[in-house]
Design a protein around this ligand. Structure first.
Ligand code: CP
Length: 338
């Protein structure tokens, strides 16, 4: 078993299935374990959050523990993550001390550190998250990095299982127009987890909004291992044909990292076209509608779809709580990193 939860790609399909089983038991009340009694979990947020922060704090509490929320640059010191630098500018503390000190107080560390959307080649390597993992003596849980949002993807897979049952499903992940370029962590992790769980995945996006090439290689390899399939299309209508799951998300084009105005100019042509509406949902096989939230109504998805009975976005958000409890119980019931 990996010592951290950084990406679902580090975990086997069996391990991911076990996490979902465990999450379903926490949700039903069949599992009332409290493995964190007398222990604390640090939650480090470089970026804003509703669901992740609230569900982690509640989850730690329900497992018997105490959550310590830290906001670098806000209520805690600014953090340097690069090794070997002369720290004579704006960063007060190096992650090497920050996270090792936390390890003396806490049994695990969750960290949220979004892409800055400035330099894809640097950000795709998740330098801040990996610095936390490198120096931490206790398990690290990725609460959304530049590249991955694995807790969200696990809640998504749990929701598909809960709503449609076990087994392969026709899953569409569609790009949607949004006024601003957004990070790619959610689509990256959703696509990876969907093929790890054996689904028939279609990824729809306009030309220029391709996912990372190395990640696509990993997705194709994992699909082969799991008997899943992957197809990519630029057709925002045909993509919906026969889908059982519609997962909407907007993201920025890698080629425009560092120049958001160019991305905004490019994407303007897709406004009103790349939206999930009732007409597109009618092409599906009675698909459920999913989104990680927060979502902009009548931009990403119409009121008619998100308020319909096919929308499962609130259950999906609830499942963050149960799946994160399963992840923490699995990672932290032992004695931490070896
Ligand atoms: N889906 C998600 O991670 O929500 P927050 O950004 O509100 O945590």
């Amino acid at each position: 078993m990996p010592r951290d939860f950084l990406t679902t790609g580090d975990w086997t399909r069996d391990e991911l299935e076990e996490l979902i089983e465990s999450a379903l038991k926490f949700k039903s009340g069949d599992d009332r374990r409290m493995p964190l009694v007398g222990r604390s979990i640090a939650l480090v947020f470089f970026n804003p959050s509703l669901r992740t922060r609230a569900s982690m704090q509640v989850g730690v509490f329900e497992l018997g523990g105490n959550a310590v929320v830290l906001e670098p640059g806000g209520t805690s010191w600014t953090i340097e993550h690069r090794d070997g630098v002369v720290m004579d500018t704006d960063k007060t503390e190096h992650v090497a001390e920050f996270v090792r000190v936390l390890g003396r107080y806490c049994a695990g560390v969750g960290v949220r550190t979004f892409a800055a959307l400035k330099n894809w080649e640097e950000e795709r390597l998740d330098p801040i998250l990996n610095a936390f993992a490198k120096y931490s003596s206790v398990p690290v849980i990725n609460l959304e990095s530049a590249m991955h949002h694995p807790c969200q993807a696990m809640a998504d897979m749990m929701t598909v299982r809960e709503k449609l049952g076990a087994g392969r499903k026709r899953v569409l992940m569609t790009w949607a127009w949004h006024p601003l370029p957004l990070p790619m962590a959610v689509p990256n992790s959703f696509a990876l987890a969907a093929v790890q769980m054996g689904h028939e995945l279609t990824i729809a996006h306009p030309r220029g909004y391709e996912l990372d090439e190395d990640l696509m290689r990993e997705i194709n390899e994992r699909a082969f291992d799991a008997g899943a399939t992957v197809s990519v299309t630029n057709d925002c209508e045909e993509a919906f044909d026969g889908a059982e799951v519609v997962y909407a998300k907007s993201w920025g084009a890698r080629m425009f990292y560092g120049s958001p105005e160019e991305d905004m100019e490019e994407r303007a042509q897709y406004r009103g076209k790349w939206i999930v509406d009732e007409e597109k949902m009618r092409r599906t096989n009675s698909a459920i509608f999913m989104h990680c939230l927060p979502v902009r109504r009548n931009v990403i998805v119409t009121d008619g779809v998100i308020d319909s009975t096919s929308s499962v976005v609130i259950d999906e958000a609830e499942n963050r709580l149960h799946v994160q409890k399963a992840i923490m119980a699995r990672l932290i019931s032992g004695s931490g990193k070896q």
